[in-house]
Design a protein around this ligand. Structure first.
Ligand SMILES: Nc1ncnc2c1ncn2[C@@H]1O[C@H](COP(=O)(O)OP(=O)(O)OP(=O)(O)O)[C@@H](O)[C@H]1O
Length: 846
């Protein structure tokens, strides 16, 4: 430790405190202000308690790490004595923590945290070196023989790795991320970390720019170092692309966002010339593409160009069958169908059968599944006529969807096999899509459902793997939210107007009294029906302000349980994570009703952002990332089957774990994997895309402000199959209905037009997404002839502004339709704002 207890005294009235951060009690969303719970190790002032509250401005503080704080002890009128920190720094000496973390990581199967601590207690911070020098030391610790052997073998095998990982752990990297960093840089890890740290954020997914920036500045790297500015620019573009869904930023936007990002940790202003130079370098390196005043992450730029190229190529090809052949097959298929097809449906099916590429959009109940079934039936008939054996026909028809849940629904609706797009393409591992090895698909017909969820990168990969002869049908609902990932591919394809597509208008769902679909189609047109608040057989509305929502939700869920319904058929959908009506609070509430605490059952802690919760056996949970290796994908819902503690008899891996039962597979999560798992009684509406539930309960209040958009409300409503319970403020619903979805910067429509005119930008070699077969062919060809010239980076811009931008203005609602305005004014007067829950009885919502 830098300070010895003896000279640990206040200087010039500034007190000193060294302590280990136990918890971040509060973190301001828009500044670095935090309130920390700190276990005291040393202090220069009088204080009797073992723990103290520390307030101040802190960057990315690491739980469990030790910091030295300089500041003053203050008495807060409500919270009592607190340490107000003006300066802080991390104390590096507590590296035993890193060694324990490393030894108990997945690299040493069978070694848990307790054993790791025992080793470090006995051998100290240099434990690893000591064991490597003298393996016999482990014998004195009474560890089981098998454990000793594993430890020695692994340590010897990994040689320098442990030093790198321990160093990374001490810099605050968790074990999993630390090993990903090591896998990427291998023996160069420490060198890169110390001399070129921004490479970590540029090259390893999951290492944030902010974390590296704080680290680098602490290591006294120059705030104007070109590598820092480059990393800031890439971070700005990544944020726009992978968080906001844009495929590019304008030059001005990039400058503004990058500046904001770079100034979070240092007040140094980046001069225009240096920004420009850093950007030029990125373009020359091929990480960023500049197209006039637009800047793209290179992979996304190439993906858009490649999509346009392939789509236009396919769109000009006729399908394998003539119109009269298709017509005959359809007539035959119709005979097998329980009802005759409508003209609109027949027209769409004929277009699907006679074109190589066909796109279908329609709201719920308009007959999309009917068309998929009809096309498949007719397709079978057509192939049978060519003499193809029926097993080959079945294998040649592929159905897929972007998520496991959507694929399962597609399989149920069609009675055929359906899979995720990832699985169809054979993508495995967590790696970036751009690096995926893709196999060409086999078969004649490919139908993708829930196409609105497919993003630019995945779509480009999908197209790259479809052979020229394969017929493609893309089905979706253009009014739903766009993909979570970059772009709004489905919307752009339809909007281009030049492709073979049909939009279904007529609703066919006939169930008596079903008003959810009517509500959805009103919302689609930017208004709410006059009977919005009037109870219908399948939907109800309960007025409430934000503070009333938890109580009302409790009544709704309790009533659901009392009526003998299962949690499986119910889903709370809400726009955001925070607030009393957000995902976190709703989950905690629903868990207390559906799966309350029980001292006999095992529990493990979970955390999402700064929200802490617990996992219990029986909990409804959701996977948060794509994990093709385990066949679980972002948004998949499962139920906790088992929770095992390391000490439990029969626990073979000797580590705490949770086993979750998903539709496709059971998946095991050790503590370090729990970051990929969360409670799922409530989810965001975004995460619910592609899912369908018997009952949807949706709270909307004006506090959700920016999120209140038409496509969000529409997506939420259309997830309800039988019953819909809406609660909240009517004006929040009106605001959502009248406000169009957020705009995304995408270039796909322009690229499609350019591809049609034959003036698409040329893709440089190495950037064309190719299947394994194509790659082999190119590599053979390239041995014969030296090919294309290197492409000069294009960069043509002028810096116009260095002003930090104002936050994006709140979305402007379109002018209110007359009906909606009346509703807003009249209904608001009727809300029992002050009557509390007595005035509202949401018991009979079914
Ligand atoms: N032409 C028709 N005549 C009578 N009933 C029809 C017709 N077309 C579809 N239906 C019925 O309407 C309902 C909705 O059709 P379908 O499931 O194909 O729509 P969808 O667009 O796939 O709906 P969702 O997106 O909600 O799953 C089904 O019960 C279907 O049997």
């Amino acid at each position: 430790m830098q300070n010895n207890l003896n000279d640990f005294t206040a200087e010039n009235g500034v007190e000193q405190l060294v302590g280990q951060v136990q918890n971040v009690i509060f973190a301001a969303p828009d500044s670095f202000y935090k309130v920390l719970a700190v276990e005291i190790k040393e202090h220069s002032f009088e204080f009797e308690e073992p723990e103290i509250t520390v307030t101040g401005s802190f960057g990315d503080v690491q739980l469990g790490s030790v910091y030295q704080f300089s500041g003053t002890l203050k008495t807060h009128p409500r919270f009592g004595e607190q340490f107000n920190s003006q300066q802080y720094q991390r104390v590096q000496t507590n590296s035993t923590h890193g060694v324990v973390q490393y030894l108990s990581s997945d690299a040493f199967p069978g070694v848990g945290e307790k054993t790791a601590q025992k080793i470090v207690d006995a051998l100290g911070q240099q434990a690893i070196d000591k064991i490597l020098d003298n393996p016999a030391l482990l014998k004195n610790l009474n560890l089981p023989k098998k454990q000793q052997e594993t430890l020695i073998e692994q340590l010897q095998q990994t040689d320098g790795m442990e030093r790198a990982i321990v160093a990374l752990n001490n810099y605050g990297f968790g074990s999993k991320l630390a090993s990903e960093v090591y896998q990427h840089f291998a023996e160069e890890t420490l060198d890169v970390l110390e001399h070129d740290p921004y490479r970590l954020s540029l090259e390893v997914e999951g290492v944030s720019f902010q974390r590296i920036d704080q680290l680098a500045l602490q290591m006294e790297m120059d705030a104007l170092d070109e590598r820092r500015i480059q990393a800031g620019i890439v971070h700005a573009l990544n944020q726009a692309t992978f968080e906001n869904g844009d495929t590019y930023l304008s030059l001005d936007q990039t400058r503004q966002v990058a500046e904001r990002v770079l100034m979070q940790n240092s007040a140094t202003v980046i001069p225009d010339q240096q920004f420009e130079q850093a950007l030029l370098e990125l373009v020359e390196q091929g990480l960023v593409v500049a197209d006039e005043q637009r800047l793209f992450i290179a992979d996304v730029y190439y993906a858009e160009v490649q999509i346009a190229q392939k789509i236009v190529q396919l769109n000009t090809q006729k399908g394998g069958f003539t119109r009269s052949e298709a017509q005959t097959a359809l007539t035959q298929a119709e005979k097998e169908n329980p009802f005759p097809y409508s003209d609109e449906q027949k027209d769409a099916m004929l277009a699907a059968l006679t074109n190589q590429l066909f796109i279908l959009t329609g709201g719920p109940g308009t007959g999309k599944t009917t068309i998929i079934n009809g096309v498949v039936a007719a397709y079978r008939i057509l192939l049978q006529k060519t003499g193809m054996p029926s097993d080959r026909i079945d294998k040649g028809i592929k159905l897929a969807a972007p998520t496991g849940r959507a694929a399962k629904r597609l399989a149920e609706a069609t009675g055929m096999e359906a899979t995720t797009i990832h699985r169809l393409l054979g993508i495995s591992g967590y790696g970036q899509l751009g690096d995926a090895e893709i196999e060409p698909l086999k078969g004649q017909l490919l139908i993708i459902d829930e196409m609105s969820m497919v993003d630019t990168e995945l779509f480009s990969l999908l197209l790259a793997s479809t052979p020229a002869h394969m017929q493609l049908i893309f089905v979706g609902d253009k009014d739903q939210l766009p993909s979570v990932g970059p772009g709004r591919v489905f919307y752009d394809l339809l909007q281009s107007g030049d492709l073979n597509f049909r939009e279904l208008e007529t609703i066919h769902r006939q169930e008596a009294g079903s008003t959810i679909i009517e509500l959805a189609s009103e919302v689609k047109q930017g208004r709410l029906p006059d009977d919005f608040q009037v109870r219908q057989p399948d939907r109800s509305f309960f007025p409430a302000h934000l503070p009333q929502i938890p109580k009302m939700m409790e009544q709704i869920l309790t009533s659901w349980v009392q009526r003998g319904h299962s949690v499986k058929d119910m889903q709370i959908l809400t726009p955001m994570y925070k607030t009393a009506a957000g995902v976190h609070q709703m989950n905690a509430l629903a868990q207390s009703i559906f799966n309350p605490a029980d001292s006999k059952r095992h529990e493990l802690p979970g955390q999402e952002g700064d929200f802490k919760f617990i996992f219990r056996v029986g909990d409804k949970v959701m996977q948060k990332t794509n994990d093709p290796d385990n066949d679980v994908y972002n948004g998949d819902i499962g139920y906790i089957k088992t929770i095992m503690y390391a000490r439990d008899v029969g626990n073979e891996i000797k580590k705490d774990y949770i086993e979750v039962e998903f539709d496709e597979a059971d998946v095991l999560y050790q503590r370090s994997d729990l970051i990929n798992l969360t409670l799922a009684y409530a989810t965001t509406i975004h995460k619910a895309q592609g899912g369908e539930y018997s009952l949807v309960v949706m709270p909307l209040v004006q506090q959700f402000n920016r999120m209140l958009r038409r496509n969000l409300l529409y997506t939420g409503l259309t997830r309800a199959k039988d019953s819909l319970v809406l609660l909240g403020e009517p004006q929040a619903y009106v605001a959502a209905a009248v406000t169009p979805g957020a705009k995304r910067n995408t270039m796909l429509q322009i690229r499609l037009a350019a591809a049609i005119d034959g003036i698409l930008p040329k893709l440089p070699d190495g950037q064309v997404q190719m299947t394994v077969d194509e790659k082999e062919k190119v590599s053979k060809d390239s041995k014969k002839v030296a090919t294309s010239e290197p492409v000069e980076p294009e960069l043509e811009f002028e810096l116009t502004s260095s002003v930090v931008p104002e936050p994006e203005p709140a979305p402007k609602p379109e002018s209110l339709p007359a009906g909606a305005l009346t509703l807003q004014m009249v209904q608001m007067e009727q809300i029992p704002y002050n009557v509390g829950m007595e005035g509202v009885t949401p018991y009979d919502f079914l």
